[in-house]
Design a binder for this molecule. Structure first.
Ligand code: NAP
Length: 479
């Protein structure tokens, strides 16, 4: 912790906010202040923008192999420092150390993946159908980017954007969430050490998101916004981006259905549910939010899930043997409490959990609710906590209709042993990703993203770099 930078990273230098402002970073396990970091304002955003704009031209001309090797070196440094980065992440975000180590590996993989993609940016060449012109097609970086990330995956949400931006030859300003700035600042230090030229990455930590970001989006020099966060904020940023016609990638909220058919292997379904619900304490956009379980197996599924959830150990993420850390803050926990109270009021039964523990920290116990009514608030609100809400269904068409009855469409989970049904149901779900008999879909080599109000564009996979590239077409007469 003592070596972690706490200043802004602008033009390759560590600097204080222009007005000297700082903001606290809290430990969600104790509620105590861990440290203070620089709190950027509009002037700092302007400095960061100047640095990114100035560095853009040379960076775009830098050989792809050079960009690739910087990412590769950064990947190796991250892996070497897994323990240090995991402790930092657990301190500011709360997740148990084992999960933090898992996120460090996941985050590093985006750098390895995009180090491989940096050298495979291809154009095209051909004669057009009329035979009069040739077409030369080249790809170029979109230009300086604004990257905005949430607190729930403090390192991976950054590398998932920075990796392809570096690979494509874009410069950037990263604005991490105010709850978890330290992982992003540590990442900036690693990229500097790996040889990233000054100005290519700038990091502005701030509690004044609007003041910092809106002028950047409206100003006309930032050419791309890549945002991960809630749908409400995404909608606002899309409107702000419209003025200067800024290209956007949006990774927004989810409301994942988790469907267990009567022919499902219940061992797989319960294992899958534990991952889809409990990864990151339920604070994931991919978290299963609505469990639809066939009437014939609901009792056994609910009992087995409640047993597994009830056996999890809740406590500070740094303590050995802890499975479930604190939620991010008191507001996040209060929302979970309200959603559970509302569901219970409407007739849900609590199979396990459901009671906020006394004492410091933002802890909430793993909770299973069954007989949840369809009009409960948690049916159309991201729970973002360790609460599994079970509803029943009898018929395939009916469950598909109910699963799709939401403005979101990020991910869905389907558990069945029937191949035909697995494919049929997956194809009919209005989502960008499906976990078939598995509770985990995230992988740097796969295109991550949603449909409907869960977002625009994809991150990771072969297409992840496309979000940061433009085509240029040259018409050349055939003579
Ligand atoms: P959030 O409130 O939308 O905030 C996300 C980021 O946007 C934060 O850095 C936040 O900073 C910033 N922000 C908020 N208002 C802004 C404004 N007016 N201008 C510029 N930036 C602004 O979301 P969150 O609570 O941090 O994260 C949870 C949400 O992220 C959930 O909805 C989850 O589903 C979603 N998520 C989606 C994915 C995905 O890949 N689809 C992945 C992870 C999380 P401030 O906090 O300072 O406002």
């Amino acid at each position: 912790m003592t070596d972690t930078p706490t200043q802004l990273f602008i033009g390759g230098a560590w600097v204080d906010a222009a007005d000297g402002a700082t903001m606290p970073v809290d430990d969600p396990a104790t509620g105590e202040i861990l440290c203070r970091v620089a709190d950027a304002g509009a002037k700092d955003a302007q400095r960061a923008e100047d640095a990114a704009v100035q560095a853009q031209e040379e960076w775009a001309r830098t050989a792809p192999r050079v960009r690739s090797e910087i990412l590769r070196r950064a990947y190796e440094i991250i892996v070497e420092r897994t323990d240090e980065l995991a402790h930092l992440m657990t301190a500011e975000m709360g997740k148990p150390l084992a999960e933090a180590r898992g996120e460090v590996a996941y985050a590093a993989e985006f750098f390895r993946w995009f180090s491989e993609e940096a050298v495979r940016i291809e154009g095209g060449h051909g004669v057009l159908p009329d035979g009069r012109n040739r077409m030369l097609l080249s790809r170029r970086p979109v230009g300086p980017c604004l990257l905005i990330t949430p607190w729930n995956f403090p390192l991976a949400m950054g590398t998932r954007k920075i990796g392809p931006a570096i690979a494509a030859g874009c410069t950037m300003i990263l604005k991490p969430a105010p709850q978890t700035p330290l992982s992003s600042l540590a990442l900036a230090a690693i990229l500097k050490e790996a040889g990233l030229p000054d100005g290519v990455l700038n990091v502005v930590t701030t509690s004044r998101a609007g003041e910092v970001c809106e002028p950047l989006l409206r100003g006309g020099r930032i050419r791309k916004l890549s945002f991960t966060g809630s749908t409400n904020v995404g909608r606002l940023l899309l409107a702000q981006s419209a003025e200067a016609v800024v290209r956007t990638s949006m990774e927004l909220g989810g409301n994942a259905p988790f469907i267990v058919f009567e022919d499902a292997d219940l061992d797989k379904a319960v294992d899958g549910a534990m991952v889809a619900k409990m990864r990151n304490m339920g604070e994931a956009c991919t978290a299963a939010n609505r469990f639809f379980v066939h009437t014939s197996v609901v009792e056994e599924f609910g009992r087995r899930l409640a047993e597994r959830m009830g056996a999890l150990v809740v406590g500070p993420g740094t303590r050995d043997g802890v499975d479930v850390g604190p939620l991010i803050d008191r507001t996040g926990r209060a929302k979970v409490e309200e959603l559970v109270a509302d569901a219970v009021e409407r007739g849900a039964r609590v199979l396990v959990g459901g009671r906020t523990p006394e004492g410091p920290g933002c802890f909430y116990p793993p909770t299973v609710l069954t007989d949840v009514a369809s009009d409960s608030r948690l049916m159309d609100t991201e729970i973002f906590g360790p609460v599994a809400a079970i509803l029943t269904f009898d018929d395939e068409d009916e469950v598909i209709r109910r699963a799709n009855d939401t403005p979101w469409g990020l991910v869905g989970y389907v558990f069945t042993e029937g191949l035909d049904r697995a494919l049929r149901v997956s194809e009919r779900l209005e989502v960008g990703m499906v976990g078939l008999n598995t509770g985990l879909v995230s992988n740097p080599a796969a295109p991550f993203g949603g449909v409907k109000q869960s977002g625009l564009g994809r991150e990771g996979g072969r297409v992840g770099i496309d979000e940061f590239l433009e085509y240029q077409y040259l018409a050349v007469p055939v003579r």
